[in-house]
Design a protein around this ligand. Structure first.
Ligand code: DAK
Length: 260
């Protein structure tokens, strides 16, 4: 399928999705969100893809938030369905069976930070800036930000970020645990591709079940989450990939996983 607001590329078993509205710093409107939903569904169905990278077009922004001009024309009911659309799409990103890396190449504000937080792993360019400026517009975060932020960084920091609308540089975002790594801007995509390739070389079912264990476990009591891990551990023992991975180790060769 062709996309107008994003670029979809596939390099071997890595999918690269580039949010592409650079004139408005890749701000999110409903058309873009619908395309993001469609590409996520396309990637999810594609058995060849083992890892996904999401980034922004240009060197200035990952995503500078929801499109303020677009939002200004919405009725309350339209605003509700826009928030529901964003929440649905970001949940799809979060719950994809494949790992998703956000390559944060610049501003990640409001909905942009919320998109990055819906990804599994965040890597920032040293020029990236993070923040939730909604209160400056008289809004609150509408795409899951209040919840994902307070789970990722401590609740006090999340509240400070949400209440002040301050912008945070990449080093600070790293220090508080919002991003995993900070790399020079020109190395961002190659760094993320390197990580995606390492992930893609591991047992795909095991990677998928690891993601499921973390995501589902975070919403459970520890006892139930540990029980879920045991169930998934049992499940992974039924796979051909488990036989291949252990066999390859014992035979001192590289595993050739087949995602079964
Ligand atoms: N929306 C629309 N256009 C944007 C934009 C945005 N979020 N961010 C930037 N642009 C546009 C600018 O208007 C400008 O357009 P032209 O004037 O050239 O036509 C162009 O991109 C370049 O921006 P600047 O000229 O401003 O560039 P600077 O380098 O001077 O500044 C900046 C960069 C990122 C600091 C600045 O652009 C900025 O502050 N942008 C807005 C950041 C922001 O407040 N983002 C929105 C956060 S609120 C909800 C659903 C969702 C949400 C909430 C509720 N419900 C429906 C309930 C989420 C809301 C948000 O994400």
């Amino acid at each position: 399928m062709g996309y107008e607001n994003l670029i979809y590329e596939k390099e071997e078993n890595i999918a690269l999705i580039t949010i592409n509205r650079p004139k408005v710093l890749n701000a999110l409107n409903a058309d873009l969100l619908r395309e993001l939903e469609a590409v996520v569904e396309e990637v999810e169905k594609d058995g060849e893809v083992r890892a996904v990278i999401i980034t922004g077009a240009g060197d200035k922004a990952f995503v500078a938030g929801a499109d303020i001009a677009y939002m200004s024309g919405l009725s309350p009911l339209e605003a509700k369905s826009f928030a529901q659309l964003g929440q649905r799409v970001f949940s799809k990103v979060e719950n994809m069976s494949k790992p998703v890396i956000a390559a944060v190449n610049g501003y990640a504000l409001g909905g942009g930070n919320e998109l990055a937080m819906a990804c599994d792993i965040r890597v920032a360019s040293d020029k990236a800036k993070f923040g939730q400026p909604e209160v400056q517009l008289g809004l609150i975060a509408g795409f899951g930000g209040t919840q994902r932020l307070s789970r990722l960084v401590n609740p006090g920091l999340a509240k400070e970020i949400l209440f002040t609308a301050d912008q945070y540089d990449a080093e600070t975002a790293h220090k508080i645990g919002l991003v995993n790594h900070v790399v020079p801007g020109e190395e961002l995509i190659s760094f993320c591709k390197g990580m995606a390739k390492r992930i893609a070389s591991r047992g795909p079912v095991a990677v998928r079940l690891s993601k499921e264990a973390v995501n589902q476990g975070l919403n459970m009591d520890l006892d139930k989450a540990i029980a879920l891990e045991a169930d998934l551990f049992g499940l992974v023992f039924t796979t051909e990939d488990r036989k291949e991975g252990i066999g390859a180790f014992l035979e001192k060769r590289k595993p050739a996983f087949n995602n079964k």
